[in-house]
Design a protein around this ligand. Structure first.
Ligand code: ASP
Length: 323
């Protein structure tokens, strides 16, 4: 059966995908379906890893990363470490469409957004602040409180010795654990009835990240990539996808006639090349609307819908145990 259009997404994308599906059903394009789906997810205050109420960084400040890419042209736009804007996905799309650049970060991205008329606002409320305190108080994580405080001090006072703190308290190890538990990004991939593919990604990154930390989500070839043949995006420990160039390799395999399932599965298997592990969840779609999702963390799922379906359905992602 030939599909006219299709859409898939990870995490709480079920909040946004029905809107994306409607856009595609009415003949809209893949980029609009991706952006509008993600905006709804960014708006959801109960999704604590994307947009409004996303996990704050170590200092309690929400810094968001987002990106969007169009397959037919390989046009791309991203923002990273953006504060006080609710819809980083829309700013990323403007970076792609009207700026001469591919990525803007921090203050530069915020100035760009303001110049376009996007409204600055507080993007954390009581719920998000409570969530931050739960982590800082050690209620949700096991990092020794004194280590958390030292790392935080470091960024506030600049008079503690980072190297010592990092080593004495195995901070790297703790962050690895953190990214296994406290993670989440939304990925949406759409195929429209003109056979255009587009991918979008939005996240607040891992909880308690160092200020200025940028994950894989806005990095093309790492957490997002799209060509005219396939699109791919990641969730999980961004550092892994950056080190492995995960999504570019998935898409490249499709160009070498490897089926989308296999191409995506190999992305997870590549984790074996790294000594340190974390979690990775890859979702991909090819130009026939076939979707594949593989992960090394049991129990993860995604959503999928195409022109033969009324609503998106929840599907289990394939779990591969990586030692
Ligand atoms: N991949 C995202 C990042 O590393 C976070 C996540 O999906 O949990 O920023």
């Amino acid at each position: 059966m030939t599909l006219d259009y299709a859409i898939c997404g990870t995490r709480n994308s079920n909040i946004g995908l029905p809107t994306g599906l409607k856009i595609l059903r009415e003949g809209g394009n893949a980029l609009d379906a991706v952006e509008e789906s993600i905006k709804l997810i960014e708006n959801n205050p109960y999704d604590i890893t994307v947009g409004f109420n996303g996990f704050p960084n170590l200092l309690g400040i929400v810094e968001l990363d987002a990106s969007i890419m169009e397959g037919s042209t390989r046009n791309a736009g991203a923002v990273a470490a953006v504060k006080n804007f609710r819809h980083p996905i829309s700013i990323a799309r403007k970076v792609m469409e009207i700026s001469p650049h591919v990525m803007l970060v921090g203050e530069g991205a915020e100035r760009f957004a303001k110049a376009l008329g996007y409204q600055e606002e507080d993007i954390i409320d009581e719920l998000g602040i409570q969530n931050y305190h739960n982590i800082m108080d050690g209620k949700s994580l096991e990092m020794p409180i004194e280590a958390q405080e030292l790392v935080r001090e470091l960024f506030m006072r600049f008079d503690v010795h980072l190297k010592e703190v990092m080593e004495n308290y195995s901070i790297k190890e703790w962050y690895r654990k953190l990214s296994f538990d406290k993670h989440g990004t939304t990925n949406v991939i759409a195929l429209d009835n003109e056979s255009n593919l587009a991918v979008g990604v939005s996240t607040s990154g891992i909880a308690m990240k160092f200020p200025g930390r940028v994950g894989d989500s806005p990095i093309f070839g790492a957490g997002i990539y799209c060509s005219d043949k396939a699109g791919s995006a990641c969730t999980g420990t961004g550092e892994l996808a950056i080190r492995l160039s995960t999504t570019r390799l998935v898409v490249d395999r499709v160009h070498r006639n490897i089926a989308i399932d296999k191409a995506t599965e190999m992305g997870i298997l590549e984790l074996k090349q790294l000594k340190e592990q974390g979690v990775l969840h890859i979702i991909s779609m090819d130009k026939s609307g076939q979707c594949a999702a593989f992960t090394n963390k049991d129990g993860l799922y995604h959503y999928y819908a195409d022109s033969s379906m009324e609503d998106p359905e929840k599907r289990q992602s394939v779990f591969l145990k990586i030692q």
